[in-house]
Design a protein. Structure first.
Length: 168
């Protein structure tokens, strides 16, 4: 009875040439997480880029004993780009699996080797990171706009005081 090697995980990027797909697969490190498991820890300086294949993670920030959820990422999401591209960056938040999760990790050392070799795959990786950053910035701007709009609206208490002639 022969035991076949496990199938490689699906690649996180589409539209790659067969050569680029093989090169990327060779450098990705699969990681399985259970719900509640920390993938990246605040204070860490790992230089990795992470693609979520399945499941979900959230970015958690602890400030003065209070926990805030900064963002959620599901299948297809990329994160870790700040620490990946900035060698001086120290992570400010934890990234924690909220469900069973499969992720693919690209270590910076592998990326740097591809840059040195002039691999075209580097451009495809950077384009995908930039596209997701742009989408994330747009979503953040929309959420911030909504928060600011609500701030400028009078509260029910303020409206009642005005209605009763008691001032704001």
């Amino acid at each position: 009875m022969s035991t076949a090697a496990p199938a490689p995980p699906p690649l996180p990027m589409t539209g790659l040439s067969a050569e680029d797909a093989a090169l990327l697969a060779q450098h990705l490190v699969p990681r399985s997480l259970e719900a509640g498991e920390v993938l990246l820890r605040a204070g860490g300086a790992e230089r990795v880029l992470v693609w979520v294949q399945s499941g979900a993670v959230e970015v958690r920030l602890d400030l003065n004993g209070q926990r805030f959820t900064v963002d959620h990422f599901g299948p297809g999401a990329i994160f870790g780009e700040l620490g990946f591209f900035d060698p001086d960056h120290v992570r400010a938040a934890d990234v924690v699996a909220t469900a069973a999760c499969e992720a693919l990790i690209l270590p910076f050392s592998a990326y740097a080797a591809m840059v040195s070799a002039g691999e075209p795959l580097v451009v495809a990786i950077e384009e995908q990171v930039l596209a997701q950053l742009g989408a994330r910035m747009t979503a953040t701007s929309q959420r911030l706009g909504g928060l600011l709009a609500r701030r400028d609206q009078p509260s029910a208490w303020q409206a009642l005081r005005r209605f009763l002639g008691l001032g704001a």
